[in-house]
Design a protein around this ligand. Sequence first.
Ligand SMILES: Nc1ncnc2c1ncn2[C@@H]1O[C@H](COP(=O)(O)OP(=O)(O)O)[C@@H](O)[C@H]1O
Ligand SMILES: O=C(O)[C@@H](O)C(=O)COP(=O)(O)O
Length: 426
Amino acid sequence: MAILLGSIADDYTGASDLANTLTKNGLRTVQTVGIPDPSLALPDVDSVVVSLKIRSVPASDAVAAATSAERWLRQRGAGHVLYKICSTFDSTDAGNIGPVTEALSEAAGGGSVLVTPAFPETGRTVYLGHLFVGGQPLNESPLKDHPLNPMHDANLVRVLTRQSRNAVGVVDLTAVAAGPGAVRARLDDLRAAGVTIVIADAIFERDLETLGEIALETPVSTGASGLGLGLARALVRSGRISSAGATTAEAIRPVGGLSAIVAGSCSKATLRQLDIAERSMPVLRLDPERLLAGPDEIAAAISWAGDRIAAGPVVIAASAAPETVSRLQALHGREASGHAIETATSIITAELVERGVRRLVVAGGETSGAAVDRLAIPAFLIGPEIAPGVPVLRTVGNAQGDMLLALKSGNFGGENFFAAALAMMH
Ligand SMILES: Nc1ncnc2c1ncn2[C@@H]1O[C@H](COP(=O)(O)OP(=O)(O)O)[C@@H](O)[C@H]1O
Ligand SMILES: O=C(O)[C@@H](O)C(=O)COP(=O)(O)O
């Protein structure tokens, strides 16, 4: 299997978001969980998205995992590697966007690296190096209250400079709107001045098409699904995709079994989706204090689900509003409480699968990563889109048999997302 595009995603929901975008734009794509075991039979595809859980780990661990994945992708023919980051630039001053971008670039021999989290379909735009989320500057958006990485600066040049060894520049919208020639010229000027890591403005998909074309001339880029769209469309335009395009029908053959939703995202969108789900499904709100105190809350949740799940989908959520999250973090620490809750929700998820759940929705990136790791799912085929950034996934090589999943980024999906997802999974 020789691939044209390799991607490394810094979390699993982000990987499925990117795989969805690549599929929708004509690339046959498979999502692997880490570097797959050589014995895993993968389908013949144009692109592979390797999912890693490296967004909120020490930078040195993120660099080691990403550079191994890069080597694996290059060995399979990838001429370009996209490092998929969050469209909200979810990171800290310690990384990991800067360190991983620099390491991947060095591994590929250096040169200019375009960086853009723009994803217009979900309201993420970049102008003069500043990120806007749904029309609000990043630091005024709900991301200012993210439980793990609260984002307090919309100026991505500053944000990336703080986490990089090298200087960071901008290709502004004037150059991007003028087309590939103008972007190329701007990158040449910056490179002559010693600047190779470059934040790129993008507001419309046509901007990302221009950036995708230029990125393909380089070995590495860093961005969200919008840059994936640009790369996929540029590859299709180049005539290098020999297949008739990507299809998603195979991925949603029915799997039967029971269905459940597990939520650990505390984003505004997920909190609203849980409120709406309460009108049509049993919803258990976990007590985070009790979750941290010991295994009783987990056992109680499994017993609660066991009494109800045969009758229809159940929802189990750790999610809480920012004030409640802050209180818990003040008592137990930010990382410790996040990690403990992820572990708890992943155990609950595995117990539900043990009891026959085969159709599963998980809300939250870190939450999804912990759950998929505990289930030891090796890879996914990409099914149809439920909402922008969220496809139905079908497991490949799963020990429990075929399952359908939706890994929802906390911020994505309309208010009826949970019912809409399950309506597409049979
Ligand atoms: N009630 C809570 N209090 C504190 N942290 C929580 C609570 N519920 C969930 N968390 C943690 O918040 C984090 C949410 O991150 P994530 O799952 O990536 O969601 P998102 O996709 O919205 O970023 C996880 O580490 C999760 O364990
Ligand atoms: O790019 C995006 O916004 C998503 O693909 C993504 O990475 C979201 O991360 P989580 O909200 O942590 O799931």
